[in-house]
Design a protein around this ligand. Structure first.
Ligand code: XMP
Length: 517
């Protein structure tokens, strides 16, 4: 495997992705825990990430000495280049304004790092980050590439297999960067591509069996990709020691609850308890307009319903479940390196089952903890889940309740479901579903005047939202053409009673969020 030591760069996760894309397992660890992680993982190669600090500052982060002593190959990127050079006896000069941008590197000497990719004498575009710079290389290093502002764009000590770049090979703005990382992993470290989803599946099945023994596992199945993939995998490992609980809160999209139950119970034979708790949820939500209060009510009810179900399951005399399965992903697990410190502000209380394990004294089974979202999708394919299910847009735990500003009623839920289904139908027909990260309708608590035939109407406004995003953290509104929007609006107004006006939301995130509440 490859260990990535994180010095706090915004793009460290991309390094892990690039390594995994070439079929090699990689893990990210914050620099403060790198020594332990290096000792336990025993990686065959190490990558130092970039980072916002200045190596010249007192107390700035360093790589553990053990990494250098072990003799494993190292790739140092940006801050990683600087700390590597400094720690091996080179010199770094600070005081340059930090600056990011495109630059061309000129190749001065051959290197296995860009074998088959770049040629000596050629010039190639990279995404450079200037700030501090190395002014004297450690002994044994030579310059392999330069750029106008970076005399040591690439410097390496080939005999010790240490490679350093002042640019970021992990970002797409360095078009050949992924190939350089592949060369490092395959040619320099010498690792083969054996990190595949087929291998992962087999290994996880073994691990789940070892962890669970003959115990019982509960899984909260939401119908989302993560919990579904986790459930199918766990079922493959332990069969009917697993019970899935699908809590239908009545806030799902059109036909969604039925589809989830049919697919998992009938098609996958998962032991699935379908709890219709819609009365309970909608009853408590009726008339509640404050978004945070809605979210809290839903979170509390979810836990209550789940606890009730766990008790019912234990009533069969085969013991109460000791394990709770969750579809936690790697990005939720990676400890981030924060230099600013300080708690971040809560924008929205996210709905999840986080509070359950302590309350019910259960251990977690999290078979997706090591995976990125696209890897979970690949694992889903490996497990035979249908493509249209794997590519589904994310759907928030609190469901349609947070797409109904002003309060939830059954009637409004029905109107919203119909509008949403038409919108998504048109998006699919236009072939745009996979390009868009998430699209949905919102029903506004506003009535406006319209005219249909010879009648005056006074009905609700529907807002349409569609965004592109990589991780949901930032997003851009999707630039539909007007003909498409016109078609959707006409269909919604004609086919959905209760809506007589449609608007399109052109807010990006930030400053907006993706959901309206
Ligand atoms: P926001 O609205 O914060 O949403 O920009 C970012 C992404 O998270 C989803 N989302 C949730 N997912 N429970 C979830 O599981 C929640 O409570 C929740 N709230 C928002 C949202 O749909 C988007 O993909």
């Amino acid at each position: 495997s490859i260990l990535i030591i994180d010095f706090g760069s915004q793009v460290t996760q991309l390094i892990a992705r690039r390594v995994r894309e070439v079929g090699v397992y990689s893990e990210i660890v914050p620099f403060s825990k790198a020594e332990e992680a290096f000792a336990s993982l025993k990686p065959k190669g190490v990558i130092f990430s970039g980072g916002p600090a200045s190596v010249t500052a007192d107390g700035s982060p360093r790589a553990p000495q053990a990494v250098f002593e072990s003799g494993v190959p190292i790739l140092g990127i940006c801050y990683g280049q600087q700390t590597l050079c400094l720690q091996l006896g080179g010199a770094v000069e600070g005081g340059h304004a930090a600056e990011f941008g495109r630059a061309d590197v000129e190749i001065k000497a051959a290197s296995p790092l860009f074998e088959g990719v770049w040629e000596v004498g050629g010039r190639y575009p990279v995404w450079m980050s200037h700030g501090d710079r190395v002014t004297r290389l450690p002994e044994g290093f030579e310059v392999i590439a330069t750029s106008e502002n970076a005399p040591f764009a690439i410097a390496a000590d080939e005999s010790r297999h240490y490679y350093t770049t002042m640019f970021h090979p992990e970002v797409v703005h360095t078009p050949d960067g992924a190939k350089l990382i592949a060369n490092f992993v395959h040619n320099i470290v010498g690792l083969k591509s054996d990190w595949t989803m087929a291998a992962y599946r087999a290994e996880m099945i073994r691990k789940i069996r070892a962890q669970v023994g003959d115990g019982r596992v509960l899984c909260a199945l939401s119908g989302g990709v993560d919990s579904s993939v986790a459930a199918v995998l766990i079922h493959e490992a332990i069969g009917d020691q697993l019970t899935c609980v699908f809590v239908d809160h009545g806030l799902m999209r059109l036909n969604e609850a039925a589809e989830v139950v049919t697919m998992f119970r009938d098609h996958y034979n998962l032991p699935l308890v379908h709890v219709d708790a819609s009365e309970r949820f909608i009853g408590e939500l009726e008339g509640v307009a404050d978004p945070e209060v809605k979210r809290k009510i839903i979170g509390r009810l979810f836990i209550e319903v789940f606890e009730d179900e766990a008790k019912k399951i234990a009533a069969d005399g085969k013991g109460s479940p000791q394990f709770l399965a969750q579809g936690t992903l790697y990005p939720d697990v990676i400890e981030s390196v924060s230099f600013s410190g300080g708690p971040s502000v809560t924008i929205k209380s996210h709905h999840n089952v986080g509070g359950l394990p302590e309350r019910m004294n259960m251990q977690l089974v999290e078979p997706l903890r090591e995976l990125f979202k696209d890897e979970v999708r690949a694992l889903g394919r490996e497990l035979g889940l249908p493509e249209q299910f794997i590519g589904r847009h994310p759907f928030p735990g609190p469901g349609l309740a947070i797409r109904l500003p002003g309060g939830v009623t059954r009637e409004k839920l029905d109107i919203l479901r119909k509008a949403d289904a038409i919108y998504l139908d048109e998006i699919r027909k236009a072939g745009l579903y996979d390009t868009i990260w998430q699209a949905f309708a919102v029903l506004l608590p506003v009535q406006t005047v319209g005219v249909m035939g010879d009648y005056r109407t006074y009905e609700f406004v529907c807002a349409l939202r569609a965004v592109t995003s990589v991780d949901g953290m930032t997003a851009d509104f999707y630039p539909f053409d007007m003909a498409f929007l016109g078609r959707v609006a006409t269909r919604i107004i004609n086919e959905v009673r209760g809506i007589n006006r449609v608007t399109y939301d052109v807010t990006s995130k930030p400053p907006g969020t993706i959901e309206w509440e």
